[in-house]
Design a protein around this ligand. Structure first.
Ligand code: PNS
Length: 165
C-alpha cells in the first residue's frame, strides 16, 4: 500500500524523520509530499527545492520512500497520486483539534482516503519546526533535534559555515 506524508517540513526534524521511518515499516511505498504554497513564500525559511533536497538526503537509507511536492488541495494530490492513506504525525493533545478538522475535511473532499496518525518517539514529542528555527536563529544548538542535512542547511542559512562540528 502507498501512503503520503504531507507537510511543510520547514525544516525537516528528527520528529518528522521518526514518523517517516515508522510509516516506511508499515507501507510498501511512502511519499513525503512537501506543500508548495505560493501565497506564503515569505514565511518559509527554505524554498521547496531546498526542503526536498534536505529530506531526500535525510532519507537516503530508506529505499521505499520518495519525496515530492504538491500545490493546492491535499485531497486532489491524493487523487492524482493514487495513494489512499494520508499519514500525519501527532505529538500532544494540542495537535489533535487541528488535525481532526483537517482529517474530516479531507474525508469530505476525497472519501476514498483515510488519515492515519503515527506517534513519533516520546523524545521528539516536544519539538517543532518553528521552535527549531527560533533556537537556531538565536545561535542555540539544535544538533540533537534535526538530521545532519537540516543542521547543515540551518548553519548555511545563518552564515555559520556549511559544516557540522
Ligand atoms: O506541516 P504542516 O504545516 O502541519 O502541514 C500542513 C499540510 C501541508 C498537511 C496542510 O496544510 C495541507 O494539506 N495543505 C494543503 C491544502 C489543503 O488541502 N488544506 C486542507 C483542506 S482540509
Amino acid at each position: 500500500m502507498h501512503a503520503v506524508y504531507p507537510g511543510s517540513f520547514d525544516p525537516f526534524t528528527n520528529g518528522h524523520l521518526d514518523v517517516v521511518r515508522r510509516a516506511a515499516r508499515l507501507f510498501d511505498q511512502v511519499t513525503v509530499a512537501v506543500l508548495y504554497n505560493p501565497d506564503k513564500l515569505k514565511s518559509f525559511m527554505f524554498s521547496v527545492g531546498e526542503r526536498m533536497r534536505i529530506i531526500r538526503e535525510s532519507l537516503r537509507d530508506m529505499p521505499n520512500v520518495e519525496v515530492d511536492t504538491f500545490e493546492g488541495l491535499l485531497a486532489d494530490y491524493m487523487r492524482q497520486s493514487g495513494a489512499r492513506i494520508i499519514v500525519k504525525g501527532l505529538r500532544a493533545v494540542s495537535d489533535y483539534e487541528y488535525e481532526l478538522q483537517m482529517a474530516h475535511l479531507n474525508r469530505q473532499l476525497n472519501p476514498a482516503v483515510e488519515t492515519l496518525f503515527i506517534l513519533a518517539a516520546t523524545r521528539w514529542s516536544f519539538i517543532s519546526s518553528s521552535m527549531i528555527k527560533e533556537i537556531a536563529r538565536h545561535g542555540g544548538d539544535v544538533s540533537k533535534f534535526v538530521p545532519e542535512p537540516t543542521l547543515r542547511a540551518l548553519n548555511a542559512h545563518f552564515g555559520r559555515g556549511e559544516g557540522v562540528e
